[in-house]
Structures are given as C-alpha cells and as structure tokens.
Design a protein. Structure first.
Length: 481
C-alpha cells in the first residue's frame, strides 16, 4: 500500500499546532506496519534545512504559480521520505499562515492552492514520480482542493482521504480566486466548493474526498450537529457513511517520563520518586512556594476561549480557596494573556504564568504538576490530556471530542475496577470546574488512592500503532472500490 500524506506542517520540520504532531508521527507509524507512506509539504526554508541532503526531482512552470520545483529529503528521526514544494515567493517567509502581527498572508489561497495542486499531480496519472500512491491522504483546509483537482482531471481519480483536525479553520476566500486556482466554474456550486458566496478549501475536501476522517470518534459525531458543525454539519451528516473518527496517538518515546531529558529526575509507574522531585524543581523554577503537600495544577495551552482559559480565570479565586497552586504556560488572545499576568502578579508564590511556549517547560509542567487542567469548549482530539496521563498527572477535562474518548471519570466504581484516569465535567462553567478540582484535591489527600489513579493513566497505551491500523483499514476500503 502506497500513501501520499499531504500536509501544511509536520513536526519536527515545521509546527504551529497538533496537525504537525500528527503529520510527523502517523506516516512513521504507517511505515512500521508496512505502508509506504511519504509526506508532501511546502518548502519552508527552515523545514528543508532540517531534512538532510535534498535532491531536486523535477522543476515545473505552472500557469497560475510560475516556476516551482519538487525536492525530496527525509525526516531527521524517522527517516520518512518528505517531498518539498520549492517556491520562494510563497514559502520563504516567517510564519506559516500569518505574519508577525497575526494577520493571515493575503496570498494564502495561492500558497495552499499550490500545495493542493501538487498533491493532485503527484497522486494522479500524470505524476512525474516513479511513486504513484494508492491513496492520497489530505489534511485540513490547506490541502482541501486536492480532491477537487483530482475529481475534475480524471474519470477515475485516485482515492482520497480528507482528515479534519479542526473544523473551525475553513480556508474561505473570495470567489475571484477560483480562476487563479485553475478550477472550472462548475466547481463553484452548492454541490462543490461554494460556501455562502465564497469558496471554501475545507468544503472542497469534505465534498470531493472519497472518505472523511476526524481525529476522535466523539468529534466525528459532534460535527454532524449544529452546535459543533461550524456550518458544515449538513454536509457532514449527509456523508456520515463516509465519515470515521480515528483517535490521534502520541509519540510514546518523546513523551516518556522514564527517559525524558527535560526532567530533573526520571520516574515510572513502578517508581514515582522522580515525580515528587520534579514537582519541587518546578515550584522552584517558577517561583512558586516550595511545598510538596500543596496540590499543583498545571495548564499548557493556547490561551483562548476555545481552550476554556477564560473559565479557569473566572474560577481562580475559588480555586485558590481550595489551597492549590497554578502553573500556566501558553500564549494566545491578548486579553487572556494580560489576565494571567495580572493574576500571577497578584498572587506571587501561588500562581505562575509564562506567556509564550517552551518545549522543555511544557514537559516539566506535565511531570511536576499534580493535576492537569484542560477544560476545552470543544476539542477535536487533544494531546495534552494524553501526555498528562502518561506522566501520572490526572487531567480535569470537559466531556467533548477526544477528551471524552481518552479520560475516564474517577468515580468510586472506576477507581475500584482500575479504569479511572481523571475528572470529567459534563458542562463547562466555573462552578463545575471548581467542583471537579475539589474532588481531585480530596482524592489527592488519600495517597494510595491517588497513586492508583496516577498509575491507571500511566498504563494507558496512547501510541500510534492502533490508529495506524485503523487508517490502513480505511485506505484498503476505498482503494478496493
């Protein structure tokens, strides 16, 4: 089975979010089970510099985009082959999607139209490569036009999978872009890429792909409803028979407390002493009061309303009355960043807020915290709740998307049968959040029960192998029809 995996970012070559983690890990997991998976992505200079010695495969001049070239390299850790689309005018700039002030690049339609066009070219009958995939796997709106290009260029197009990592990002552009993108006028219709008078890359993928997947089973159900469907619920419900939810995995080697180089002391389910040392080191690093008995809440997140950061802020006075500390790492909406800075200033030794992102600190918070906060309003999959369980840090989550699929409520029954791994909110508000944290704090005081909860989470297998087999099942299904 040969699969071309088209994406706009992939860890460790280029990353802004979870899409990159999936794009770096899933192709490697597929290759481990016998799939010849290769990645196609834009030729960002920083990404190409990390991919070893590059070989130019061909150079081509496209009417809509001018001269461009295809180069091949490899991921530095996994060795997965990666094709880069070299186009200095589109990709040789800082910021994958936005400039330094947070504004979308005005030519994003053309930048990612080229990515989609190349994906269709390499997957189609006119590919100049000696590798023609059995399946083209597209990801999020940036590759959404690829199934449309294949549809209009071939009577029997290569089967395509389109994975929705976050339905909120839809790649919407003015209708005038249609001609520039080289798509026929007939594609601009309700049964096509038209979306309320504009064109949508996301809708193109949802409409023309052979099969759709999302990054968790619950999210696959949620997006067929008006509440979570972001205007696409009707189309998704109509295609429900072609929609599969497959839970993302995590890199179990990178996120392993027994070998994590970012931690002051390793630990495992069999020996938790290193976690206690990590908590004291984290309190010291962040200027929190050093006290092994104070429950420490950690949060590593984009500071946005989607992630529920505003709910945590509202709950802070009540949380502090429970006797906890908070360690927060993240960046996002300006108002929320300011609010967290003010809270840290107002409560020295109790609250630490680091605005921005630091990979090492993210690992140390996952390891050093006692409880991890992740009360998202919606969450297609989420990774941090899996990292936290892996690190023996029971999460507090809202029962949505991948959070509902990966965290099991710490009821007495679930504690007794060994299934409990965290604390789950049925509704998202400050009162529910405080109640859940209070339950966590009460259980935390019972050392043996708490360690049982920690070890339950640490025993969960969130690796990519199971998910890779599920994707392979989808590939086989659509390539045989």
């Amino acid at each position: 089975m040969k699969v071309l995996f088209a994406t706009s970012e992939a860890h460790p070559l280029a990353k802004t979010g979870g899409l990159a983690d999936v794009s770096g890990a899933l192709p490697a997991a597929l290759r481990e089970i016998g799939v010849d998976a290769r990645v196609l992505m834009p030729g960002y200079p920083a990404a190409m510099a990390k991919a070893g010695k590059l070989l130019e495969i061909f150079r081509i001049k496209l009417p809509e985009h001018g001269e461009t070239a295809l180069l091949v390299g490899a991921f530095p850790d996994s060795g997965v082959p990666v094709y880069f689309i070299e186009h200095a005018g589109y990709y040789a700039r800082e910021g994958l999607y936005q400039d330094n002030s947070g504004h979308d690049w005005p030519d994003n339609a053309m930048r990612f139209g080229l990515l989609s066009q190349f994906a269709a070219l390499l997957a189609g009958p006119k590919t100049p490569l000696d590798f023609r995939p059995d399946v083209l796997h597209c990801n999020d709106w940036q590759t959404g036009l690829a199934p449309a290009y294949l549809h209009f260029e071939s009577a029997a197009p290569t089967p395509t999978v389109f994975t929705v990592h976050n339905l909120s990002y839809q790649g919407i552009f003015p209708p005038e872009e249609l001609k520039q993108l080289g798509l026929p006028q007939e594609s601009f219709a309700i049964d096509g890429i038209e979306y309320y008078g504009n064109l949508s890359f996301l809708k193109a993928g949802l409409f023309y792909a052979s099969h759709l997947t999302t990054v968790s089973p619950t999210y696959a159900s949620e997006i067929q409803t008006e509440t979570f469907g972001a205007g696409m619920h009707g189309l998704l419900a109509a295609r429900s028979q072609d929609l599969t939810g497959i839970l993302n995995g995590i890199d179990m080697r990178e996120w392993n407390p027994a070998t994590d180089p970012h931690l002051v002391a390793p630990y495992s389910a069999g020996n938790l002493a290193g976690k206690a040392a990590g908590k004291l080191a984290l309190q010291t690093e962040l200027g929190l009061q050093v006290d092994p008995g104070t429950p420490l809440l950690g949060m590593v997140s984009r500071l946005t309303t989607q992630k529920g950061s505003d709910v945590v802020i509202e709950a802070v006075p009540q949380l502090l009355r429970l006797g906890v500390q908070l360690a927060v790492l993240g960046g996002g909406e300006a108002g929320l960043e300011i609010a967290w800075r003010r809270l840290a200033d107002a409560h020295p030794g109790r609250i630490a807020a680091v605005i921005g992102y630091n990979e090492g600190l993210a690992h140390r918070i996952e390891a050093g915290a006692d409880v991890f906060l992740m009360p998202s309003r919606f969450e297609p999959c989420g990774l941090n709740q899996m990292y936290s369980q892996r690190y023996g840090t029971p999460p507090v989550v809202h029962k949505v998307g991948g959070l509902a699929d990966t965290v099991t409520q710490a009821t007495l029954g679930n504690l007794a049968n060994g299934m409990a791994t965290g604390f789950v909110l049925d509704r998202l508000d400050s009162e529910s959040l405080v109640s859940a944290v209070n339950r966590a704090v009460i259980l935390y005081r019972h050392k043996l029960a708490w360690q049982k909860l920690m070890r339950n989470g640490m025993a969960r297998d969130f690796g990519w192998t199971k998910s890779a087999h599920q994707y392979l099942g989808v590939y086989k299904k659509i390539s045989q029809t």
